[in-house]
Ligand binder design. Structure first.
Ligand code: DAT
Ligand code: MG
Length: 149
């Protein structure tokens, strides 16, 4: 089953949006399989955002992600990687559609509330980077027959 890595960034936590954000993925019908509340080390932040290492915003991005606790999560479901990206919305919240998390709750690209893996390869890499295998819980929600035929 497809899995993706999502993280509520320090701004989402500080603004009290944890429940609201988790609820959106829960009520959509995806399955939570990993969850931890943690402070991010600089090493983890720099690895996670390694693809952006040469970009001018990289130092500020690492400072931001390490500035307070985050909620790291793994969610499971058919098509969850692309669907979660749609639920999250465009990178710049001023371009994110209303109804998306960034569209509803954010106004600045440097404070865009939540991270989501952008492709199957990055999802695998990010899940392995943030979670140990034994921290992930494989389970079948009892409501599954009401979610998929
Ligand atoms: P996304 O988080 O939508 O996958 P990304 O991978 O291109 O976006 O960039 C990672 C994060 O870096 C993004 O969530 C916010 C920050 N960022 C991206 N572009 C930026 C910019 N032009 N100025 C400031 N921060 C930026
Ligand atoms: Mg990205």
């Amino acid at each position: 089953m497809e899995r993706t890595f999502l993280a509520i960034k320090p701004d989402g936590v500080q603004r009290g949006l944890v429940g609201e954000i988790i609820g959106r993925f829960e009520t959509k019908g995806f399955t939570l399989v990993g969850l931890k509340f943690m402070t991010v080390s600089r090493e983890l932040a720099e690895t996670h955002y390694g693809v952006h290492r040469e970009r001018p915003f990289f130092p500020g991005l690492v400072d931001f992600i390490t500035s307070g606790p985050v909620v790291a999560m793994v969610w499971e479901g058919d098509g969850v990687i692309a669907s979660a990206r749609k639920i999250i919305g465009a990178t710049n919240p001023l371009n994110s559609e209303p109804g998306t998390i960034r569209g509803d709750f954010a106004v600045n690209v440097g404070r865009n509330i939540i991270h989501g893996s952008d492709a199957p390869e990055t999802a695998l890499e990010e899940i392995a980077l943030w979670f140990k295998q034994e921290e992930l819980v494989s389970w079948q929600p009892q409501i599954m027959p009401w979610l998929r035929e």
